[in-house]
Design a protein around this ligand. Structure first.
Ligand code: SAM
Length: 430
């Protein structure tokens, strides 16, 4: 049966929501995916994420092809043209199909009169494709990052900033976390082999497996039965570092969508976990993930800065604080971050993180363990944050496995076939 929708116009709409209205792709795309075919889900993802990855190059090319940019209500057609150019440069879709589908997007967006304009711009691009790409490369920064972010990365990593930026511009690998309550990673690898899914084990994380080619979760053996979860290997380090034990009371703060809540429970299924997040919508996903994995936790909405509003006053044996952060370690998974974040957000996030840390510290038992984690690569949110915390709290001690007093924490940078950028610090209360 022929689709009644036009995928290029849907992609242009999603991109408009991100770049003009400040929404994130991860908020916009899941809702759209409910109404399109499985095959189109992958293409929608490729078009939207690809445009975010290469935005400065595509913007520059359009500026050469159109004397006046489309503005106001017509802005969506600017992004439709962008989707067209992206397909011609980066996908194997035959040019005639990419062109026809993109031009027809104007009909779905109820402006058939713009078909001629879109067709004209895309055909002009086709004629000058090589030359325009070469000129774009000379005119724009090949790093495809906003200036403020590039400068922050260069300052923090004067020797390897280029590797970080390269990794940010790649498509991310797909990592699995094998549920150890069902299988070892070795056993699950055999199941993947039987399903003809190529994969390899990870040396540093016991339950992590990397797929050589990303695939749909529905093709993963036992996904519905909770045998496996999609989670980057760096994220798996958080619950491992927390070392939760059965019978302990554990607070998972900033828990949604529950990737680490479920990992804690896979390691210690009889621990008593309280999962808190401020976002009511995202917290629903913690419950869905717990259900799929048949695990149990108490899940509540709450602000980490105001624990007296949701905690009963008891202290916890362990606390995992997976703090809200700039997400600069996961740009390859969320390339829209490059255009949604602002330089001034970093200071605001660092303040929020320190407020949550200070508010929650009294709720940790003596000799208890707190793991602070972010998916950021910026020192302000990471080593500097923990250094300042240690200065404020004389009863906090940094475990030697995560850095030194001078440079607290373990900083992981994103690697092309490796894990995401991440930071962990393990603190104990004296
Ligand atoms: C990095 S994400 C958490 C990911 C989650 N731990 C996981 O593994 O699936 C950070 C979370 O912090 C939440 N958050 C932001 N500000 C918060 C606050 N003041 N109190 C509690 N949660 C907050 C966000 O809603 C977001 O879900």
């Amino acid at each position: 049966m022929k689709n009644t929708y036009n995928l290029r116009s849907i992609a242009a709409k999603a991109i408009t929501q991100v770049l003009e209205q400040g929404q994130s792709l991860s908020a916009v795309i899941p809702e759209i995916q409910q109404r399109i075919s499985d095959k189109d889900k992958a293409l929608l993802q490729e078009l939207c994420f690809g445009v975010m990855r290469t935005l400065p190059q595509l913007e520059w090319i359009i500026s050469q092809l159109m004397a006046k940019p489309l503005k106001g209500k017509q802005r969506i057609f600017h992004y439709l043209i962008m989707v067209g150019i992206y397909q011609l440069i980066y996908t194997r879709i035959p040019a005639h199909a990419a062109l026809a589908e993109t031009v027809n997007g104007a009909i779905n967006l109820k402006r058939p009169q713009l078909k001629g304009l879109i067709n004209g711009v895309l055909r002009q691009f086709q004629r000058q494709q090589q030359e325009l790409i070469e000129r774009a490369n000379n005119h724009i920064s090949q790093y495809l990052h906003p200036k403020w972010l590039l400068e922050r990365i260069q300052k923090a990593y004067p020797h390897n900033w280029q590797n970080i930026v390269d990794a940010n511009n790649q498509k991310p690998p797909m990592w699995l976390r094998v549920n150890q309550l069902h299988h070892t990673a070795n056993e699950y690898l055999v199941l993947l082999e039987e399903a003809s899914i190529e994969a390899e084990l990870d040396k540093s994380h016991p339950n992590a497996i990397r797929l050589l080619n990303p695939c749909s979760v529905n093709t993963l053996p036992g996904f519905d039965k909770g045998w496996v979860t999609i989670q980057d290997r760096s994220a798996q380090g958080c619950a491992e570092l927390l070392t939760p034990c059965n019978e302990e009371s554990i607070l998972d703060l900033c828990a949604a969508p529950g990737g680490k809540t479920t990992h804690i429970l896979e390691i210690a299924p009889k621990s008593k976990v309280l999962a808190i997040d401020i976002d009511e919508q995202r917290i629903k996903r913690v419950n869905e993930n717990l259900q799929r994995l048949k695990l149990h936790a108490v899940v509540k909405t709450g602000d980490g800065r105001l624990p007296h509003e949701w905690a009963t006053g008891e202290q916890f044996d362990r606390i995992l604080l997976d703090a809200p952060c700039s997400a600069t370690g996961v740009i390859r998974r969320h390339p829209d971050i490059k255009w949604l974040r602002r330089n001034e957000d970093i200071e605001q996030l660092a303040t929020l993180q320190s407020e949550i840390l200070d508010a929650i510290w009294p709720y940790l038992k003596k000799n208890g363990t707190l793991v602070y984690a972010t998916c950021s690569i910026l020192p302000q949110e990471n080593s500097e944050q923990i250094k300042a915390f240690l200065e404020r709290h004389s009863d906090a001690e940094l475990s030697s496995e995560t850095g030194t007093q001078e440079k607290p924490g373990t900083q992981i940078i994103p690697e092309i076939t490796g894990g995401d950028g991440f930071f962990y610090a393990r603190l104990t209360k004296q």
